[in-house]
Design a protein around this ligand. Structure first.
Ligand code: ADP
Length: 322
């Protein structure tokens, strides 16, 4: 028998579709296995400022289909100091929480590791971020839904841009990781995909668009990850060199919301139940992921030490399809 009686759960950092489905999966699998569950509001803020609520099975009813997070999320400066984490730990233990499941990105995992290192509390991380920027896992929760949202936008833009013979420059999220741009670019049939990981020559792209115009191709789609360049500068260069009418669409926070896709709900179910299993097995300081469609777990420090790279095979493939 595990010594753990009560599992605390929180969502932290940027929200992502599927977080609610993961909250539900952790809660239900924990209760199924005889644990009690507490929900912590607003990420680490709720630990530091003691916003902890009792969770029953019904607490997570009717949330599987909701984007966002019913536990809310926040950034918490206080938690980045040992004093703040001690206050968080004291509140946790006073609430009877023996182990913590953290749904978030690399910042949230770093915080979880510090909390565990300093106070010896069991922590398990579930990757929840639309950016897919964690190297140790093929996919993070929310990425699939975000890409599908971008695809919806690209489909609509394609209709109007084709009618008007325009070039569509679609700016998507991804400051350091170009996965949203890469996957939505491939699946949306974009002619050009600009990601922060791979240098590109915008003059050459503009020349290429000019040539394609001369061949009779009147519309093009460029997907730009936010970390890969300035949309207004790109627009100016492409318009001046190619003579095309370039329209910029910045998708922004729309990418963060929405009902989670089948892929994200399935991931949430698998990640959430595995989190409970890990605690039953007595494993701690682990993060959960998926590799080649198998659920994996590894040490937080090891996971965070890995550097995310763009999938070069997919990137090269994209250039052969446009
Ligand atoms: P994400 O988890 O999406 O990467 P953030 O980087 O904003 O999001 O991190 C979420 C929260 O995790 C922060 O507000 C902070 O409370 C905590 N955190 C982030 N980095 C650290 C760190 N180096 N040490 C301790 N806590 C951290």
């Amino acid at each position: 028998m595990s010594e753990i009686k009560c599992i605390g759960i929180l969502t932290s950092g940027g929200d992502a579709p599927g977080m609610n489905a993961a909250i539900r999966a952790v809660t239900r699998s924990a209760i199924f296995n005889g644990f009690s569950v507490k929900g912590i509001m607003r990420g680490y803020k709720g630990l530091v400022f003691n916003e902890i609520v009792e969770f029953k099975s019904q607490s997570v009813s009717n949330i599987i289909q909701l984007g966002g997070t019913i536990l809310k999320t926040a950034r918490c400066k206080e938690f980045t100091t040992p004093e703040g984490r001690k206050a968080a730990y004291d509140n946790m233990t006073a609430a009877g929480i023996d182990a913590l499941v953290v749904i978030g990105g690399d910042g949230s995992f770093t915080g979880a590791r510090c909390l565990s290192d300093e106070n010896g509390i069991n922590v398990v991380g579930i990757p929840g971020t639309i950016d897919n920027d964690l190297a140790y896992t093929d996919y993070t929760l929310g990425f699939d839904t975000a890409v599908n949202t971008v695809l919806w936008a690209i489909n609509n833009l394609r209709d109007t841009m084709t009618s008007h013979d325009r070039v569509s420059l679609v700016k998507v999220m991804g400051r350091r990781c170009g996965d949203i741009a890469l996957y939505s670019g491939i699946c949306g049939g974009a002619e050009y995909i600009l990601v922060p990981e791979v240098p590109y020559d915008i003059q050459a792209i503009a020349e290429d668009i000019k040539k394609s115009k001369e061949r009779g191709k009147t519309s093009n789609i460029i997907v730009l990850a936010e970390g890969a360049g300035n949309e207004q500068e790109i627009k100016t260069i492409v318009s001046v060199i190619s003579g095309a009418d370039v329209k910029v669409t910045t998708l922004g926070h729309i990418q963060r919301g929405g009902t989670p896709t089948m892929a994200d709900r399935m991931l949430a179910a698998r990640f959430g139940t595995r989190a409970t299993e890990l605690l039953i097995e007595g494993k701690t300081n682990r993060v959960i992921g998926i590799k080649n469609n198998k659920i994996i777990d590894l040490d937080i420090t090891e996971a965070l030490s890995q550097t995310k790279k763009i999938d070069k095979h997919l990137y090269d493939m994209a250039s052969k399809l446009c």
